[in-house]
Design a protein around this ligand. Structure first.
Ligand SMILES: [Zn+2]
Length: 74
């Protein structure tokens, strides 16, 4: 299940939300506006840092975020 990061264009807050791929609208939890921009998933961001640090090129088991063990993307 993917968790995405969003940024609200209305109040400029960032937040994470669990969404389906086809989820049409995501509302900002801070101001309730749907003017949000989808950012890179939190999972991928975290893994990206770890991946860069390790730089091992080990085989991934997660097709969602390239992590070897990602509980978020499962
Ligand atoms: Zn907002």
């Amino acid at each position: 299940m993917p968790i995405f990061e969003f940024r609200c264009h209305s109040c400029n807050q960032e937040f994470e939300k669990l969404v389906f791929w086809t989820d049409p609208e995501v509302e900002c939890p801070h101001c309730g506006q749907a003017k949000v921009e989808k950012l890179m998933s939190a999972c991928a961001a975290k893994v990206g840092q770890k991946y860069t640090a390790a730089s091992s090129g080990s085989k991934s088991s997660c097709t969602g975020c390239a992590a070897t063990s990602c509980s978020t993307c499962g």
